[in-house]
Write a protein that binds this ligand. Sequence first.
Ligand code: AMP
Ligand code: MG
Length: 495
Amino acid sequence: MPIFGKDPFAEDREASPTALEPEDDEASQGGRYGFDEPPRGAGDRTLHDRPGGEAGPGEPVEAGSTGTGGVETGQQGGGHHDHGDPSEMRPVEEVRAMILDRIRPLTPIELHLQEAHGCVLASDVVAELDIPSFSSSAMDGFAVRASDIARAVSDEPVLLRVVGRAPIGRTPDVTVGGGEAVRIATGAPIPAGADCVVPIEQCIVEGERVHVLQMLPDGANIRPSGQDVRAGRILVPAGRRLSAPELGLLASSGHASVLVHPRPRVVVLSTGDELVEPGRPAPYGMVRDANSYTIFGALRDTGVTPFIGGIVRDEVEELKDAVLGLTTRADAFISSGGVSVGERDVVKKAFFRRGEIDFYKVAMQPGMPQGFGLIEDTPYFGLPGNPVSVFVSFEVFIRPALLRMMGRRDIFRPEIMAVVEDDISGPRSRLMFQRVRVWRERGEWRAASTGPSASNLLSTVVRANGLAMVPVGMETAPAGSQVRVMLFRALEDGS
Ligand code: AMP
Ligand code: MG
Protein backbone atom coordinates (compact mmCIF):
# COMPACT_ATOMS: atom_id res chain seq x y z
CA MET A 1 0.00 0.00 0.00
CA PRO A 2 1.93 3.01 -1.24
CA ILE A 3 0.32 5.29 1.26
CA PHE A 4 2.05 3.59 4.15
CA GLY A 5 5.40 4.84 2.98
CA LYS A 6 4.39 8.44 3.58
CA ASP A 7 3.54 10.33 6.67
CA PRO A 8 -0.14 10.99 6.16
CA PHE A 9 -0.19 13.49 8.96
CA ALA A 10 2.98 15.33 8.04
CA GLU A 11 1.11 18.57 7.56
CA ASP A 12 -0.93 18.27 10.65
CA ARG A 13 0.83 19.48 13.69
CA GLU A 14 3.62 21.54 12.27
CA ALA A 15 1.60 23.56 9.84
CA SER A 16 0.38 26.83 11.20
CA PRO A 17 -2.58 27.75 9.07
CA THR A 18 -2.74 31.20 7.60
CA ALA A 19 -5.81 33.31 7.26
CA LEU A 20 -6.03 32.19 3.66
CA GLU A 21 -6.29 28.54 4.58
CA PRO A 22 -9.21 28.27 6.90
CA GLU A 23 -9.77 24.87 8.40
CA ASP A 24 -12.82 23.55 10.01
CA ASP A 25 -14.05 20.23 11.20
CA GLU A 26 -16.20 19.44 8.26
CA ALA A 27 -14.27 20.64 5.31
CA SER A 28 -10.61 20.70 6.03
CA GLN A 29 -9.05 17.44 5.09
CA GLY A 30 -11.22 16.40 2.20
CA GLY A 31 -8.51 16.19 -0.39
CA ARG A 32 -5.68 15.27 1.86
CA TYR A 33 -6.69 11.70 2.36
CA GLY A 34 -7.77 10.80 -1.12
CA PHE A 35 -5.81 7.98 -2.63
CA ASP A 36 -3.18 8.86 -5.15
CA GLU A 37 -3.36 5.33 -6.39
CA PRO A 38 -5.92 2.71 -5.70
CA PRO A 39 -4.97 0.76 -2.62
CA ARG A 40 -3.61 -2.67 -2.97
CA GLY A 41 -6.60 -4.71 -2.10
CA ALA A 42 -9.05 -7.31 -3.11
CA GLY A 43 -10.20 -5.39 -6.15
CA ASP A 44 -7.30 -6.52 -8.29
CA ARG A 45 -7.76 -10.17 -7.71
CA THR A 46 -10.11 -12.66 -9.18
CA LEU A 47 -12.41 -14.96 -7.38
CA HIS A 48 -9.96 -17.78 -7.92
CA ASP A 49 -7.40 -16.11 -5.78
CA ARG A 50 -9.83 -15.73 -3.00
CA PRO A 51 -9.29 -18.15 -0.20
CA GLY A 52 -12.15 -20.31 1.10
CA GLY A 53 -15.54 -19.20 2.20
CA GLU A 54 -18.66 -18.82 0.18
CA ALA A 55 -20.24 -15.83 1.70
CA GLY A 56 -23.54 -15.08 0.14
CA PRO A 57 -26.23 -12.52 0.69
CA GLY A 58 -27.80 -12.59 4.10
CA GLU A 59 -24.97 -14.56 5.56
CA PRO A 60 -24.17 -14.29 9.13
CA VAL A 61 -23.29 -11.65 11.21
CA GLU A 62 -20.14 -12.07 13.14
CA ALA A 63 -19.54 -15.26 11.30
CA GLY A 64 -17.11 -17.42 13.07
CA SER A 65 -17.24 -15.34 16.18
CA THR A 66 -18.79 -18.05 18.24
CA GLY A 67 -16.53 -20.90 17.46
CA THR A 68 -19.60 -22.94 16.68
CA GLY A 69 -20.11 -21.75 13.15
CA GLY A 70 -23.44 -20.42 14.28
CA VAL A 71 -25.50 -17.69 12.78
CA GLU A 72 -26.79 -14.70 14.68
CA THR A 73 -30.35 -14.68 13.60
CA GLY A 74 -31.44 -11.46 15.22
CA GLN A 75 -35.17 -11.11 15.24
CA GLN A 76 -35.91 -12.85 12.01
CA GLY A 77 -35.19 -16.34 13.14
CA GLY A 78 -37.78 -16.36 15.87
CA GLY A 79 -35.75 -16.51 19.02
CA HIS A 80 -32.28 -15.64 20.05
CA HIS A 81 -29.50 -18.09 20.11
CA ASP A 82 -26.92 -17.26 22.62
CA HIS A 83 -23.71 -18.17 20.94
CA GLY A 84 -21.49 -16.69 23.55
CA ASP A 85 -20.80 -18.77 26.57
CA PRO A 86 -21.75 -16.29 29.31
CA SER A 87 -18.84 -17.32 31.46
CA GLU A 88 -16.40 -16.30 28.72
CA MET A 89 -17.98 -12.98 27.93
CA ARG A 90 -16.90 -9.77 29.58
CA PRO A 91 -19.47 -7.13 30.51
CA VAL A 92 -19.54 -4.04 28.29
CA GLU A 93 -18.93 -1.69 31.21
CA GLU A 94 -15.92 -3.67 32.37
CA VAL A 95 -14.35 -3.68 28.92
CA ARG A 96 -14.97 0.01 28.48
CA ALA A 97 -13.45 0.77 31.86
CA MET A 98 -10.43 -1.38 31.03
CA ILE A 99 -9.93 0.53 27.77
CA LEU A 100 -10.42 3.97 29.29
CA ASP A 101 -8.02 3.09 32.04
CA ARG A 102 -5.26 2.77 29.48
CA ILE A 103 -6.04 5.96 27.61
CA ARG A 104 -4.42 9.29 28.49
CA PRO A 105 -5.00 12.76 27.10
CA LEU A 106 -2.46 13.58 24.39
CA THR A 107 0.39 15.87 25.40
CA PRO A 108 -0.74 19.47 24.89
CA ILE A 109 0.68 21.55 22.08
CA GLU A 110 0.39 25.19 21.16
CA LEU A 111 -2.02 25.67 18.25
CA HIS A 112 -3.24 28.68 16.36
CA LEU A 113 -6.87 29.51 17.13
CA GLN A 114 -8.04 28.18 13.77
CA GLU A 115 -6.45 24.81 14.46
CA ALA A 116 -7.42 24.83 18.10
CA HIS A 117 -11.11 25.04 17.30
CA GLY A 118 -12.84 21.96 18.71
CA CYS A 119 -9.85 21.08 20.90
CA VAL A 120 -9.80 21.15 24.67
CA LEU A 121 -7.82 23.83 26.44
CA ALA A 122 -4.99 22.29 28.48
CA SER A 123 -4.43 25.17 30.91
CA ASP A 124 -6.37 28.21 32.08
CA VAL A 125 -6.00 31.27 29.89
CA VAL A 126 -5.84 34.40 32.03
CA ALA A 127 -6.72 37.90 30.79
CA GLU A 128 -3.54 39.95 30.81
CA LEU A 129 -5.41 43.21 30.31
CA ASP A 130 -8.91 44.43 30.90
CA ILE A 131 -11.38 43.60 28.15
CA PRO A 132 -12.29 46.03 26.76
CA SER A 133 -8.96 47.69 27.38
CA PHE A 134 -10.27 51.29 27.29
CA SER A 135 -13.57 53.09 27.97
CA SER A 136 -15.39 53.81 24.77
CA SER A 137 -18.58 55.29 23.46
CA ALA A 138 -21.56 53.02 22.85
CA MET A 139 -23.20 55.57 20.52
CA ASP A 140 -22.49 58.16 17.88
CA GLY A 141 -22.99 61.52 19.58
CA PHE A 142 -21.24 63.93 21.94
CA ALA A 143 -19.00 63.22 24.91
CA VAL A 144 -19.98 65.67 27.68
CA ARG A 145 -20.06 66.18 31.45
CA ALA A 146 -23.27 64.83 32.98
CA SER A 147 -23.28 67.73 35.45
CA ASP A 148 -23.45 70.24 32.55
CA ILE A 149 -26.64 68.74 31.12
CA ALA A 150 -28.39 67.89 34.42
CA ARG A 151 -31.23 70.32 33.68
CA ALA A 152 -31.59 69.72 29.95
CA VAL A 153 -35.16 69.16 28.66
CA SER A 154 -36.44 69.48 25.11
CA ASP A 155 -38.17 72.81 25.89
CA GLU A 156 -35.02 74.19 27.45
CA PRO A 157 -31.99 72.53 25.88
CA VAL A 158 -28.51 73.08 27.27
CA LEU A 159 -26.09 74.72 24.86
CA LEU A 160 -22.50 73.39 24.74
CA ARG A 161 -19.44 74.36 22.71
CA VAL A 162 -18.10 71.69 20.33
CA VAL A 163 -14.33 71.71 20.89
CA GLY A 164 -13.24 68.79 18.72
CA ARG A 165 -13.72 65.23 17.63
CA ALA A 166 -12.83 61.85 19.23
CA PRO A 167 -12.17 59.33 16.45
CA ILE A 168 -12.04 55.54 16.69
CA GLY A 169 -8.72 53.77 16.90
CA ARG A 170 -6.60 56.30 18.78
CA THR A 171 -6.21 58.41 21.89
CA PRO A 172 -8.34 61.57 21.63
CA ASP A 173 -6.29 64.74 21.31
CA VAL A 174 -9.00 66.85 22.95
CA THR A 175 -10.41 66.98 26.46
CA VAL A 176 -13.87 67.97 27.66
CA GLY A 177 -14.04 70.97 30.00
CA GLY A 178 -17.08 72.62 31.59
CA GLY A 179 -19.61 73.74 28.98
CA GLU A 180 -17.86 71.75 26.27
CA ALA A 181 -18.71 68.77 24.08
CA VAL A 182 -16.61 66.55 21.82
CA ARG A 183 -18.09 64.78 18.83
CA ILE A 184 -17.56 61.04 19.24
CA ALA A 185 -18.09 57.88 17.17
CA THR A 186 -19.25 54.47 18.44
CA GLY A 187 -16.23 52.58 19.74
CA ALA A 188 -14.01 55.65 20.09
CA PRO A 189 -12.09 56.16 23.37
CA ILE A 190 -13.78 58.60 25.75
CA PRO A 191 -11.83 61.87 25.99
CA ALA A 192 -10.60 62.94 29.41
CA GLY A 193 -13.09 65.08 31.29
CA ALA A 194 -16.22 63.51 29.78
CA ASP A 195 -18.36 61.13 31.80
CA CYS A 196 -21.30 60.48 29.48
CA VAL A 197 -22.22 60.39 25.81
CA VAL A 198 -25.33 62.07 24.44
CA PRO A 199 -26.63 60.18 21.40
CA ILE A 200 -26.83 62.29 18.25
CA GLU A 201 -30.62 61.83 18.22
CA GLN A 202 -30.88 63.85 21.45
CA CYS A 203 -28.91 66.78 20.04
CA ILE A 204 -29.44 69.66 17.67
CA VAL A 205 -26.16 70.68 16.07
CA GLU A 206 -25.69 74.28 15.08
CA GLY A 207 -22.26 74.91 13.60
CA GLU A 208 -19.75 74.87 16.46
CA ARG A 209 -22.46 74.52 19.06
CA VAL A 210 -24.77 71.71 20.15
CA HIS A 211 -28.12 71.86 21.94
CA VAL A 212 -28.62 68.90 24.28
CA LEU A 213 -32.32 68.06 24.63
CA GLN A 214 -32.23 65.66 27.55
CA MET A 215 -30.31 65.04 30.75
CA LEU A 216 -28.34 61.81 31.15
CA PRO A 217 -26.76 60.22 34.20
CA ASP A 218 -23.04 59.88 34.74
CA GLY A 219 -21.74 56.91 32.70
CA ALA A 220 -24.58 56.89 30.19
CA ASN A 221 -23.65 55.33 26.84
CA ILE A 222 -20.12 54.57 27.96
CA ARG A 223 -18.69 51.05 27.85
CA PRO A 224 -16.27 50.97 30.75
CA SER A 225 -12.90 49.27 30.41
CA GLY A 226 -12.79 45.82 32.00
CA GLN A 227 -16.57 45.50 31.83
CA ASP A 228 -16.35 42.14 30.01
CA VAL A 229 -13.36 40.60 31.78
CA ARG A 230 -11.03 42.15 34.35
CA ALA A 231 -7.26 41.76 34.01
CA GLY A 232 -6.06 38.76 35.99
CA ARG A 233 -9.32 36.84 35.72
CA ILE A 234 -9.65 33.49 33.95
CA LEU A 235 -10.73 34.07 30.39
CA VAL A 236 -11.30 30.42 29.45
CA PRO A 237 -10.75 27.60 31.93
CA ALA A 238 -8.69 24.46 31.30
CA GLY A 239 -10.88 21.60 30.16
CA ARG A 240 -13.16 23.78 28.07
CA ARG A 241 -13.70 22.71 24.48
CA LEU A 242 -13.03 25.65 22.23
CA SER A 243 -16.00 26.59 20.11
CA ALA A 244 -17.12 29.86 18.61
CA PRO A 245 -17.50 32.06 21.72
CA GLU A 246 -14.23 30.87 23.23
CA LEU A 247 -12.28 31.57 20.04
CA GLY A 248 -13.77 35.05 19.88
CA LEU A 249 -12.93 35.87 23.48
CA LEU A 250 -9.40 34.52 23.18
CA ALA A 251 -8.87 36.57 20.05
CA SER A 252 -10.23 39.69 21.70
CA SER A 253 -7.68 39.36 24.45
CA GLY A 254 -4.85 38.98 21.97
CA HIS A 255 -4.24 35.25 22.17
CA ALA A 256 -3.46 34.04 18.65
CA SER A 257 -2.52 30.56 19.82
CA VAL A 258 -3.32 28.46 22.87
CA LEU A 259 -2.18 25.28 24.58
CA VAL A 260 -4.59 22.47 23.73
CA HIS A 261 -4.74 18.71 23.55
CA PRO A 262 -4.25 17.96 19.85
CA ARG A 263 -6.65 15.98 17.76
CA PRO A 264 -5.67 12.32 17.73
CA ARG A 265 -4.52 11.09 14.31
CA VAL A 266 -6.26 7.82 13.75
CA VAL A 267 -5.37 5.23 11.13
CA VAL A 268 -8.27 3.16 9.81
CA LEU A 269 -7.65 -0.27 8.28
CA SER A 270 -10.13 -2.70 6.80
CA THR A 271 -9.10 -6.33 6.72
CA GLY A 272 -10.50 -8.93 4.40
CA ASP A 273 -9.66 -10.74 1.18
CA GLU A 274 -13.24 -10.20 0.06
CA LEU A 275 -13.13 -6.41 0.31
CA VAL A 276 -13.05 -3.93 -2.54
CA GLU A 277 -12.92 -0.10 -2.65
CA PRO A 278 -16.28 1.56 -3.24
CA GLY A 279 -15.16 3.11 -6.52
CA ARG A 280 -14.05 -0.18 -8.10
CA PRO A 281 -16.01 -3.00 -9.66
CA ALA A 282 -17.06 -5.70 -7.24
CA PRO A 283 -17.10 -9.15 -8.83
CA TYR A 284 -19.70 -11.56 -7.50
CA GLY A 285 -18.96 -12.46 -3.92
CA MET A 286 -16.77 -9.47 -3.22
CA VAL A 287 -17.88 -6.95 -0.62
CA ARG A 288 -17.50 -3.19 -0.75
CA ASP A 289 -15.45 -1.75 2.06
CA ALA A 290 -18.11 0.04 4.08
CA ASN A 291 -16.29 0.07 7.38
CA SER A 292 -13.46 2.40 6.40
CA TYR A 293 -16.02 5.03 5.58
CA THR A 294 -18.27 4.43 8.56
CA ILE A 295 -15.25 4.80 10.80
CA PHE A 296 -13.90 7.77 8.87
CA GLY A 297 -17.23 9.57 9.36
CA ALA A 298 -17.43 8.61 13.00
CA LEU A 299 -13.90 9.93 13.54
CA ARG A 300 -14.67 13.23 11.85
CA ASP A 301 -17.85 13.56 13.86
CA THR A 302 -15.78 12.99 16.99
CA GLY A 303 -13.43 15.78 15.96
CA VAL A 304 -10.30 13.72 15.42
CA THR A 305 -8.15 13.46 12.30
CA PRO A 306 -8.84 10.27 10.37
CA PHE A 307 -6.67 8.60 7.80
CA ILE A 308 -8.03 5.80 5.69
CA GLY A 309 -5.18 3.34 5.38
CA GLY A 310 -7.15 1.17 2.99
CA ILE A 311 -7.84 -2.50 2.62
CA VAL A 312 -5.39 -4.99 4.03
CA ARG A 313 -5.59 -8.55 2.82
CA ASP A 314 -5.90 -11.34 5.32
CA GLU A 315 -2.14 -11.73 5.41
CA VAL A 316 -0.35 -11.41 8.68
CA GLU A 317 2.74 -9.77 7.24
CA GLU A 318 0.73 -7.23 5.30
CA LEU A 319 -1.18 -6.18 8.37
CA LYS A 320 1.93 -5.99 10.50
CA ASP A 321 3.71 -3.86 7.91
CA ALA A 322 0.77 -1.53 7.72
CA VAL A 323 0.53 -1.11 11.47
CA LEU A 324 4.14 -1.14 12.53
CA GLY A 325 5.09 1.35 9.84
CA LEU A 326 2.79 3.93 11.33
CA THR A 327 3.02 3.50 15.08
CA THR A 328 5.13 6.58 15.65
CA ARG A 329 2.87 8.77 13.55
CA ALA A 330 -0.55 7.53 14.59
CA ASP A 331 -2.18 8.15 17.93
CA ALA A 332 -4.53 5.20 17.50
CA PHE A 333 -5.36 2.39 15.11
CA ILE A 334 -8.76 1.04 14.29
CA SER A 335 -9.11 -2.08 12.20
CA SER A 336 -12.25 -3.95 11.32
CA GLY A 337 -12.60 -7.64 10.63
CA GLY A 338 -10.41 -10.55 11.50
CA VAL A 339 -10.80 -10.61 15.28
CA SER A 340 -12.72 -13.80 15.79
CA VAL A 341 -11.69 -17.41 15.61
CA GLY A 342 -11.80 -18.19 11.91
CA GLU A 343 -8.59 -19.57 10.49
CA ARG A 344 -8.04 -16.43 8.46
CA ASP A 345 -8.76 -13.94 11.20
CA VAL A 346 -5.74 -11.88 10.45
CA VAL A 347 -5.72 -9.34 13.24
CA LYS A 348 -5.82 -12.00 15.85
CA LYS A 349 -3.14 -14.00 14.11
CA ALA A 350 -0.89 -11.00 13.70
CA PHE A 351 -0.96 -9.74 17.25
CA PHE A 352 -2.17 -12.52 19.44
CA ARG A 353 1.16 -14.14 20.14
CA ARG A 354 2.94 -10.92 20.83
CA GLY A 355 0.59 -10.33 23.73
CA GLU A 356 0.09 -6.74 22.75
CA ILE A 357 -3.58 -7.01 22.12
CA ASP A 358 -6.19 -8.80 24.15
CA PHE A 359 -8.85 -10.58 22.19
CA TYR A 360 -12.05 -11.31 24.03
CA LYS A 361 -15.79 -11.60 23.77
CA VAL A 362 -17.93 -8.78 25.04
CA ALA A 363 -21.41 -9.51 26.35
CA MET A 364 -23.04 -7.34 23.75
CA GLN A 365 -24.92 -7.62 20.51
CA PRO A 366 -23.81 -6.64 17.99
CA GLY A 367 -20.06 -6.49 18.45
CA MET A 368 -19.19 -9.57 20.50
CA PRO A 369 -15.61 -10.35 19.40
CA GLN A 370 -13.24 -7.46 20.04
CA GLY A 371 -9.59 -6.77 20.52
CA PHE A 372 -7.81 -3.95 22.28
CA GLY A 373 -4.28 -3.27 23.30
CA LEU A 374 -1.25 -1.05 22.90
CA ILE A 375 1.22 -1.54 20.10
CA GLU A 376 4.36 0.39 20.95
CA ASP A 377 2.19 2.52 23.25
CA THR A 378 -0.31 3.31 20.52
CA PRO A 379 -3.85 2.14 21.26
CA TYR A 380 -5.13 -0.45 18.81
CA PHE A 381 -8.84 -1.16 18.50
CA GLY A 382 -9.64 -4.37 16.66
CA LEU A 383 -13.32 -4.36 15.74
CA PRO A 384 -15.35 -7.18 14.28
CA GLY A 385 -16.11 -6.98 10.57
CA ASN A 386 -19.83 -6.58 10.38
CA PRO A 387 -20.78 -3.02 9.55
CA VAL A 388 -23.30 -2.53 12.36
CA SER A 389 -20.93 -4.12 14.87
CA VAL A 390 -18.36 -1.57 13.75
CA PHE A 391 -20.70 1.34 14.26
CA VAL A 392 -21.90 0.19 17.66
CA SER A 393 -18.42 -0.73 18.89
CA PHE A 394 -17.14 2.65 17.84
CA GLU A 395 -19.87 4.37 19.81
CA VAL A 396 -19.46 2.24 22.88
CA PHE A 397 -15.68 1.92 23.16
CA ILE A 398 -13.77 4.11 20.74
CA ARG A 399 -15.54 7.43 20.83
CA PRO A 400 -15.19 7.80 24.62
CA ALA A 401 -11.53 6.78 24.38
CA LEU A 402 -10.79 9.32 21.67
CA LEU A 403 -12.58 12.06 23.56
CA ARG A 404 -10.43 11.24 26.56
CA MET A 405 -7.33 11.52 24.37
CA MET A 406 -8.59 14.95 23.36
CA GLY A 407 -8.80 15.94 27.00
CA ARG A 408 -12.59 15.95 27.12
CA ARG A 409 -14.26 15.28 30.45
CA ASP A 410 -17.74 14.51 29.20
CA ILE A 411 -17.00 11.52 27.07
CA PHE A 412 -20.28 9.65 26.89
CA ARG A 413 -23.27 10.14 24.67
CA PRO A 414 -26.44 11.44 26.27
CA GLU A 415 -28.96 8.82 27.28
CA ILE A 416 -32.70 9.11 27.66
CA MET A 417 -35.51 6.82 28.76
CA ALA A 418 -37.94 6.17 25.93
CA VAL A 419 -41.15 4.20 25.53
CA VAL A 420 -40.67 1.54 22.87
CA GLU A 421 -43.29 1.20 20.15
CA ASP A 422 -42.60 -2.48 19.57
CA ASP A 423 -41.01 -5.41 21.38
CA ILE A 424 -37.22 -5.25 21.36
CA SER A 425 -35.42 -8.51 21.92
CA GLY A 426 -31.87 -9.66 22.30
CA PRO A 427 -29.95 -12.56 23.76
CA ARG A 428 -30.44 -12.73 27.51
CA SER A 429 -26.76 -13.00 28.28
CA ARG A 430 -25.74 -9.91 26.35
CA LEU A 431 -26.45 -6.20 26.33
CA MET A 432 -28.48 -5.68 23.19
CA PHE A 433 -28.06 -2.45 21.23
CA GLN A 434 -31.09 -2.07 18.99
CA ARG A 435 -31.10 0.66 16.40
CA VAL A 436 -34.06 2.94 16.98
CA ARG A 437 -35.45 6.23 15.87
CA VAL A 438 -36.48 8.36 18.83
CA TRP A 439 -38.70 11.38 18.93
CA ARG A 440 -40.51 13.48 21.45
CA GLU A 441 -44.25 13.23 21.67
CA ARG A 442 -46.57 14.79 24.25
CA GLY A 443 -43.83 15.31 26.77
CA GLU A 444 -42.20 11.89 26.50
CA TRP A 445 -39.58 10.17 24.40
CA ARG A 446 -40.69 7.39 22.12
CA ALA A 447 -38.51 4.91 20.24
CA ALA A 448 -39.25 2.73 17.24
CA SER A 449 -37.01 -0.02 15.99
CA THR A 450 -35.60 0.73 12.53
CA GLY A 451 -35.38 -2.90 11.40
CA PRO A 452 -34.06 -6.36 12.16
CA SER A 453 -31.14 -6.68 14.49
CA ALA A 454 -28.74 -8.62 12.27
CA SER A 455 -25.40 -6.88 12.33
CA ASN A 456 -24.84 -6.62 8.60
CA LEU A 457 -27.87 -4.38 8.01
CA LEU A 458 -26.34 -0.94 7.86
CA SER A 459 -29.47 0.78 6.56
CA THR A 460 -31.04 0.21 9.96
CA VAL A 461 -28.40 2.55 11.36
CA VAL A 462 -29.00 5.12 8.65
CA ARG A 463 -32.64 5.33 9.74
CA ALA A 464 -31.75 5.50 13.42
CA ASN A 465 -30.66 8.22 15.79
CA GLY A 466 -30.33 6.12 18.90
CA LEU A 467 -29.31 2.75 20.28
CA ALA A 468 -31.87 1.23 22.63
CA MET A 469 -30.34 -1.01 25.28
CA VAL A 470 -31.95 -4.21 26.45
CA PRO A 471 -29.92 -5.14 29.52
CA VAL A 472 -28.25 -8.43 30.30
CA GLY A 473 -30.76 -10.72 31.97
CA MET A 474 -33.69 -9.47 29.92
CA GLU A 475 -34.68 -11.04 26.64
CA THR A 476 -37.48 -8.76 25.55
CA ALA A 477 -38.35 -5.19 26.39
CA PRO A 478 -42.06 -5.31 25.61
CA ALA A 479 -43.83 -2.65 23.55
CA GLY A 480 -44.90 0.19 25.84
CA SER A 481 -42.09 -0.30 28.32
CA GLN A 482 -39.32 2.17 29.02
CA VAL A 483 -35.84 1.48 27.72
CA ARG A 484 -32.58 3.35 27.98
CA VAL A 485 -31.54 4.89 24.67
CA MET A 486 -28.17 6.34 23.81
CA LEU A 487 -28.52 9.18 21.30
CA PHE A 488 -25.80 9.15 18.70
CA ARG A 489 -26.79 12.11 16.60
CA ALA A 490 -28.81 15.26 16.65
CA LEU A 491 -32.52 14.75 16.23
CA GLU A 492 -32.60 17.32 13.45
CA ASP A 493 -30.21 15.32 11.24
CA GLY A 494 -33.10 14.32 8.99
CA SER A 495 -35.62 11.55 9.04
P1 AMP B 1 -14.83 -10.86 9.84
O1 AMP B 1 -15.01 -10.29 11.22
O2 AMP B 1 -13.56 -10.48 9.20
O3 AMP B 1 -15.06 -12.33 9.85
O4 AMP B 1 -16.00 -10.22 8.96
C1 AMP B 1 -17.34 -10.45 9.29
C2 AMP B 1 -18.24 -10.01 8.18
O5 AMP B 1 -18.11 -8.62 7.98
C3 AMP B 1 -17.96 -10.66 6.84
O6 AMP B 1 -19.20 -10.89 6.21
C4 AMP B 1 -17.19 -9.59 6.11
O7 AMP B 1 -17.30 -9.69 4.72
C5 AMP B 1 -17.82 -8.34 6.62
N1 AMP B 1 -16.88 -7.24 6.54
C6 AMP B 1 -15.64 -7.25 7.04
N2 AMP B 1 -15.01 -6.09 6.80
C7 AMP B 1 -15.89 -5.33 6.12
C8 AMP B 1 -15.83 -4.02 5.59
N3 AMP B 1 -14.73 -3.27 5.69
N4 AMP B 1 -16.92 -3.52 4.96
C9 AMP B 1 -18.03 -4.28 4.85
N5 AMP B 1 -18.15 -5.53 5.33
C10 AMP B 1 -17.09 -6.07 5.96
MG1 MG C 1 -12.49 -10.94 7.59
